[in-house]
Design a protein around this ligand. Structure first.
Ligand code: GRF
Length: 191
């Protein structure tokens, strides 16, 4: 068993299936991370109920514009080491990212640098590629442009539609996020 685990703060806006995958992975006593808190900008986020049921501290920060100072204070309060964006649909400003440099990661449903931004699965279908996937990457002020931690690929079949392709990508997203945390933990816990 790891005597020290990295503490995750997971930020969600909706369904939260990636958050759920991380929570499940953290139940393994040999997994090198634990979830300190789940934070959302959306009080109706479906993922919130899951986190509450798991007795994970949940916090709603619904301020518009996003209250970055409040988010920072919450992450400090819960002694978060690594901020994991998991379908968090708000932009984090540069000054926040500077404070949390190399400690904010995101999962994106494409093989970056291909198909940045919204609707990446739809972009892949329109482009007619035969391979796409997902990327876990560090978050920098320029959207979907920070360095890559891990990528998993999936095939695109001729009869795919948005639903079938999105499901295939989501399946590997859950595995990719968990493996990416292991990679980061290996480096962090050795230093
Ligand atoms: C995922 O496809 C993720 O790659 C993207 O937003 C979606 C979030 O899904 N950033 P979920 O809320 O984790 O189910």
């Amino acid at each position: 068993m790891h005597d020290k685990k990295i503490r995750l703060g997971i930020l969600i806006s909706g369904r939260g299936s990636n958050m759920q995958a991380l929570v499940q992975a953290c139940k393994d006593q040999d997994f090198p991370a634990k979830v300190s808190c789940v934070l959302t900008n959306n009080s109706c986020a479906a993922g919130l109920r899951f986190a509450e049921n798991e007795k994970i501290p949940t916090i709603v920060v619904a301020d518009k514009p996003l209250d970055i100072c409040r988010i920072h204070a919450i992450l400090v309060k819960y002694r978060v080491d690594l901020v994991c964006l998991a379908g968090f649909m708000r932009i984090l400003k540069a000054d926040f990212l500077e404070k949390w440099k190399n400690r904010v990661i995101n999962i994106h449903p494409s093989l970056l640098p291909a198909f940045k931004g919204l609707n990446a699965q739809e972009q892949a279908l329109k482009a007619g590629v035969n391979m796409t996937g997902c990327t876990v990457h560090y978050v920098t002020p320029e959207i979907d442009s920070g360095s890559t931690i891990l990528q998993y690929s999936v095939p695109v079949f001729p009869d795919d539609d948005l639903h079938t392709l999105s499901e295939r990508i989501l399946f590997v997203e859950h595995k990719c996020y968990v493996e990416a945390i292991k990679l980061i933990a290996k480096v962090k816990l050795c230093n």
